[in-house]
Ligand binder design. Structure first.
Ligand code: ATP
Ligand code: MG
Length: 201
C-alpha cells in the first residue's frame, strides 16, 4: 500500500461517512496508525469555522476563504504531522469539495480556488480520492431520511446537479488519483467496491 492520504468525496447523502469504519479497519489491518478526519473541520478552530460555514449565510468567496483558513489549520496541525510519522490519513472531504460546491455550484472562479490551493497546500494532494457518485434524486432521498438539513442540504436540485457534474469532471481530469464509485447501489455492494479499491491501492 502506497497511498497514504486518502480523501472521500461526493454529494451530501452519497454515503461517504457510512463507509469510513470499513476503510479504517482495512488500513489498520496493515499495522499502521490511521488518522480519520474531516473537512471543513479536523481541528478545534476548524470545527468552529465549520459551524459558521454550515449555518451562516455568506458570500460564496467568503465561504471559500474560510474553507481554506480551516484547511490551513488542518494541514499544518493534523495532516502533515500524521503523514510525517507514517500514518494513513483519511479525510471526509477535502479540496475537491471546494471546487465542486463553491466553484461548480456557486460560481467562484476555479482559478481563484487554484491560487488558494497552491498557497495553502504547497503541493500537498491526496494520493487517492474515492468519489461516491449518486444521482441527485438518490442523494436527496437519503438525506430526507437522515437528519435535519444544514445550509447546503436545503439547496435545489439544480445546485446538486452542478455539484455532481463538477465532481465527475474533476475525476475525469485526474484519473490517476480518483476512483469513482457507483454509490446508488446497495450498502453491501458499495462496501464491496470500497473494500476492493482499498485492497488494491
Ligand atoms: N448505498 C446505500 N444505500 C442506501 N442507503 C444508504 C447508502 N449509503 C448510505 N446510505 C444512507 O444514506 C444516508 C446518508 O449517508 P452518509 O451520512 O454516509 O452520507 P455522506 O456522504 O456522509 O453525506 P454528508 O456529505 O451529508 O455527510 C444515511 O442514512 C445512510 O445510512
Ligand atoms: Mg458525512
Amino acid at each position: 500500500m502506497t497511498a497514504k492520504f486518502i480523501t472521500l468525496e461526493g454529494m451530501d447523502g452519497a454515503g461517504k461517512s457510512t463507509h469510513i469504519p470499513t476503510i479504517i479497519e482495512m488500513l489498520k489491518a496493515h499495522g499502521r496508525e490511521v488518522v480519520s478526519t474531516r473537512e471543513p473541520g479536523g481541528t478545534p478552530l476548524g470545527e468552529r469555522l465549520r459551524e459558521l460555514l454550515l449555518h451562516e449565510a455568506m458570500h460564496a468567496e467568503t465561504e471559500t476563504l474560510l474553507m481554506f483558513a480551516a484547511r490551513r489549520e488542518h494541514i499544518a496541525n493534523v495532516i502533515v504531522p500524521a503523514l510525517a510519522r507514517g500514518a494513513y490519513v483519511l479525510s471526509d472531504r477535502f479540496t475537491d469539495a471546494t471546487f465542486a460546491y463553491q466553484s461548480g455550484a456557486k460560481g467562484v472562479p476555479a482559478d481563484k480556488i487554484e491560487i488558494l490551493e497552491q498557497w495553502v497546500q504547497e503541493g500537498l494532494q491526496p494520493d487517492l480520492t474515492l468519489l461516491f457518485d449518486v444521482p441527485v434524486e438518490v442523494s436527496i432521498a437519503r438525506l430526507a431520511g437522515a437528519r435535519s438539513p444544514d445550509k447546503f442540504e436545503r439547496e435545489s436540485v439544480d445546485f446538486f446537479t452542478k455539484i455532481r457534474n463538477a465532481y465527475l469532471e474533476r475525476a475525469s481530469k485526474n484519473p490517476q488519483r480518483f476512483r469513482v464509485i457507483d454509490a446508488s447501489k446497495s450498502l453491501e455492494e458499495v462496501a464491496e467496491m470500497v473494500k476492493y479499491i482499498i485492497a488494491t491501492i
